[in-house]
Design a protein around this ligand. Structure first.
Ligand SMILES: [Ca+2]
Ligand SMILES: [Ca+2]
Length: 531
């Protein structure tokens, strides 16, 4: 329980110890220590801490914000009255406790104030107070915009924590139908559901817009679902940072970036992005940031009508580590499209069973810079060229496995590169890779590559099939003894599913552990028996 209290009394700065002062290094160290001690005990004025306990689900204003209590004309404390009073109380940390219930907001318009429509949290009057809104859990405390206005509007400089609530049914002609954040917002144990544009597809950030200098959004243990926006169905991120941990983005819709569209620092860790859809590109993620990091995350069943079923990297740099993109759909680049000036790093990850329904690149389309390290590209399918990867830029692949991908999926012919398609003039280098069991639909033979491939280290291909070795390549290209050496895509103990190479002299998973078996486990990080 937080008790109301005034500012703490200031303390006098500590004085440094008296006595003889050494010269030289010892004296400098003393001065540093003394400065640190003084800094630690500089006079401080902590903001007051205030608790408002909401006792009514009605949407009713505070009847006198000059009086520092949450109070309505009905003699209650409502969510709106508490927020209004938090805005007027000055430099004080406010905690607003919400009971279980559905808090339906009254009508408003995008430009309205704190008295109506969305709940405005403006720039603080002074200082940097923290406003905390705590519900009883997302299943039981629900703040509902009633599809008349957005739900929360947080201005620049405002710090807000929201915990244990559902925010739903926001609707706006502007951005951020659920939450428009220009401040510093942390969300935990939340659901952001079914927030919509008022005009057809003009809203940036159906669920949340995080935009403006200094804006930062942190999400932990949340679900962002069924939101709709033009850019970023779940989240539009044009601000400073978005950090999401254990967040599920599901069934959001947008023009681009079904789950999230990001222009600056983005971190997704242990997240799930599934069932998001776009009419353009980037079924789950559309990245424009120089610092997009996706770790321990699953992207599954996302759909882009154009490119990048799971991810489009439009520019900047996106790193996918220990993650899986599986079963995503697009016209081209069923899993990932990397274009423009973008760089994509795929590390210890699996790109599997993605489909380019009408174009090139079942797993990945790359026209810029792509690095694939200790990863698996398996069972992807393209209607046209490049079942695994289609490249017109620069690709470097290390210790990776490209298997059972399919090009020319309709079998009508004219398309090439079951595993890898390297366009004329493009660069594709592989080091210690297995590229095998790839095929063209309708043909009874394997088809691993089209185009020159730079070979480094030792590389294995389907029996009797190979790639054209780029002139001057120092590495070797040899064939597997049998295609039966390829195990199934499954859990072999790493962070994602992998394809093991089965020792021909023993049953899969047992018997003699040959160099091939070590090779098979390489997608877990090592360079296997090929180094
Ligand atoms: Ca009041
Ligand atoms: Ca408002």
């Amino acid at each position: 329980m937080i008790v109301e209290r005034g500012p703490e009394k200031s303390r006098a700065p500590l004085r440094g110890a008296s006595g003889n002062l050494a010269t030289g290094r010892a004296r400098r160290l003393w001065m540093v220590a003394a400065a640190m001690a003084i800094n630690t005990f500089l006079p401080t004025t902590l903001p007051a801490q205030v608790l408002f306990t909401v006792d009514s689900v009605a949407d009713e204003v505070d009847d006198n914000t000059a009086v520092a209590s949450c109070h309505t004309a009905s003699g209650t404390c409502t969510l709106r009255a508490a927020v209004m009073q938090a805005n007027h109380i000055g430099n004080a940390d406010i905690t607003i406790m919400l009971p279980a219930g559905v808090f339906v907001l009254g009508p408003g318009v995008d430009a309205d104030g704190e008295e109506s429509g969305d709940l405005n949290l403006p720039t603080p009057i002074g200082g940097s107070p923290l406003t905390t809104i705590t519900g009883t859990g997302a299943a039981t405390t629900i703040i509902d915009g009633n599809l008349t206005d957005r739900v929360f509007s947080i201005a620049v400089g405002r710090r807000v924590n929201i915990n244990g609530v559902t925010i739903r049914n926001g609707k706006t002609f502007g951005n951020g139908a659920g939450i428009l954040n220009a401040g510093v917002l942390s969300l935990a144990n939340c659901v952001i559901d079914h927030n919509l544009p008022a005009a057809n597809y003009t809203t940036y950030g159906g669920g949340i817009s995080n935009d403006g200098a200094g804006s930062a959004l942190t999400l932990v243990d949340c679900v962002i679902s069924n939101n709709v926006g033009l850019l970023g169905g779940g989240i539009y991120h044009g601000g400073d940072s978005v950090v999401a941990t254990r967040v599920t983005f599901s069934n959001n819709q947008a023009g681009s970036g079904g789950a999230i569209l990001a222009f600056d620092n983005l971190s997704l860790d242990h997240c799930t992005l599934t069932g998001n859809q776009v009419t353009d590109s980037g079924g789950a993620i559309d990245n424009w940031s120089d610092n997009a990091v996706v770790t321990f995350t699953t992207l599954k069943g996302n759909i882009a009508a154009q490119n990048g079923g799971a991810i489009r990297n439009s520019q900047g740099e996106l790193t996918l580590t220990q993650s899986t993109a599986d079963g995503n759909f697009a016209a081209a680049g069923g899993g990932i499209e990397n274009r423009g000036t973008g760089t994509v790093n795929v590390r210890q990850s699996t790109i599997s069973s993605n489909i380019a329904q009408s174009g090139i690149g079942g797993g990945i389309v790359n026209s810029s810079t792509l690095f694939v390290t200790s990863s698996t590209i398996a069972s992807n399918s393209a209607l046209q060229d490049g079942g695994g990867i289609w490249n017109s830029g620069s690709v470097n692949m290390y210790n990776s496995t490209i298997v059972r991908n399919q090009a020319d999926s309709s079998g009508i012919g004219g398309s090439d590169g079951g595993g890898l398609f390297n366009a004329v003039g493009a660069t594709l280098n592989i080091r210690n890779n297995v590229v095998a069991g790839n095929f063209l639909s309708g043909f009874q033979e394997y088809h691993d590559c089209v185009g020159d491939v730079g070979m480094y280290g030792n590389n294995k291909f389907s029996p009797g099939v190979g790639c054209i070795v780029a002139p001057g390549s120092p590495g070797t290209a040899t064939s597997l003894e049998s295609i039966d050496e390829l195990g199934f895509l499954r859990d072999n103990g790493g962070p994602t599913k992998t394809v093991a190479l089965v020792p021909m002299s023993a049953p899969e998973g047992g018997g003699i552990v040959s160099w091939r078996y070590r090779l098979a486990l390489g997608a877990r990080g090592g360079c296997r028996g090929l180094c």
